[in-house]
Design a protein around this ligand. Sequence first.
Ligand SMILES: NC(=O)c1ccc[n+]([C@@H]2O[C@H](COP(=O)([O-])OP(=O)(O)OC[C@H]3O[C@@H](n4cnc5c(N)ncnc54)[C@H](O)[C@@H]3O)[C@@H](O)[C@H]2O)c1
Length: 334
Amino acid sequence: MILGYKGETMSNLHLLYLSRQDVEKVALDLPTIIELLEKAFREKGQGKVELPPKPGIHTQPNAFIHAMPAYIPSLHSAGIKWVSGYPDNPPKGLPYISGLLILNDEETGIPYAVMDCTWITAYRTGAASALSAKYLARPDSKTLGILGCGVQGRTHTEALTTLFPIERVYAYDILPEAQEKFIAEMRQKFPAIEFIGVSNPKAAVTQITLMITARPILDHPTPTIEKDWLQPGAFASAVDFDSYWKGEALVQIDRFTTDDLAQMEYYRTVGYFKETPQPYADLGEIVAGKKPGRLSPTERTMAMNLGLAMDDMAVAPTIYQRAKEMGLGVVLPL
Ligand SMILES: NC(=O)c1ccc[n+]([C@@H]2O[C@H](COP(=O)([O-])OP(=O)(O)OC[C@H]3O[C@@H](n4cnc5c(N)ncnc54)[C@H](O)[C@@H]3O)[C@@H](O)[C@H]2O)c1
C-alpha cells in the first residue's frame, strides 16, 4: 500500500511538513496510541519488524542525538526519527527533547512527511509503559508513584489512567516548583484522582502498585531506590533507565523486561546498565504470547524500556493521516 504518494511523478513530488503545533493539534488519543503500539510489538515478537540499534552522536556531557529508523510491515510504516535530549536546555527555556521524524513510502522509499517528534516522543513513551503494565502490572492497581514531574511524568499519568483504576498518585520532583505545577495541572485534568506531593522518593516508591521513574538519564547514574522499597505485587517502569534504581533493587525484581533485548545489549557495550540484570523477555515476546507476563499477584515486575524507533513509526502514519484530514501542515516540494 502506498501511503504518501498517489499519482505523483518525478516533477511534482511533495511532502507534508507538520510543525510541533500541528502534531499537537492532531492530539491522537491514548487508547489509539496504545493499540497501535500493541500491534507493532506483536509483530516485533513475531520477528517481522526491522529495527536496527540506534546510532548516536554526543556533543555535550549527558546529552545525545540519536538516529532511529524502523519498518513495521503490517502498519505500512517506514521512517526515521532524529531526536536529541539535552538536560541543560530547560533552564535556558529550551526543550529537553527535540527533533524531526521522516516517513518514507514503503514501495518507493520516497519521503512523504516530515514532522516534529516532540509530541510523539512524549506520548508513545507513556503508551509503551502502559502497554508493559497491561501485561506485567496487577489489573486492580489503584496507586501510582511518579518520580520526576516533567513531560514523561505527565504523559505516563495520562497513559496509565487509561488502563488502570487509579485513585491516588504520589508525586516527587527534585524541584519543588515542578512538583507543585505538576500536581496543580493533574488535579485539574483528573479531578476524581487524589494527587499527593511527597518530600522524598521513598515515600512514593513504598506506597504504590504502579511506579514511574522519569528523571534525566545520566551517563553515571546516582541511584537512590533501595532493595525492599518497591513492594511485592508492584510494577515499575524505569523510563530513565537505571538512573534511579540501585542494583540491589533491580535484582529483586521477579520479572524484569525491556522493549528490545538487542538494544539493551548495544547499550551495555557503550557502558550503560552496569548493575542491571538480564531481562527474561522483551515486550514483543510477551505481547506475541511467546513469554508470559505477570504470573502471580505478589511478583515484583519492571519494564526498563529504552524507547524504540518502532514506537514512533507505529504512531506517525496515523498522525499524518489525521493531519491530512484536518487540513493541517504545509505541503513542500521535494
Ligand atoms: N525510555 C524512553 O523511551 C524515553 C523516552 C523519552 C524520554 N525518556 C527519558 O525520560 C526522562 C524524563 O524526560 P522528560 O522529557 O520528562 O524530561 P523533563 O525535563 O520534562 O522532566 C524531568 C523532571 O525530572 C526532574 N528531576 C531531575 N532530577 C531529579 C531527581 N533526582 N529526582 C526527581 N526528579 C528529578 C526535573 O526537575 C524535571 O521536572 C529522561 O531521562 C528522558 O531521557 C525516556
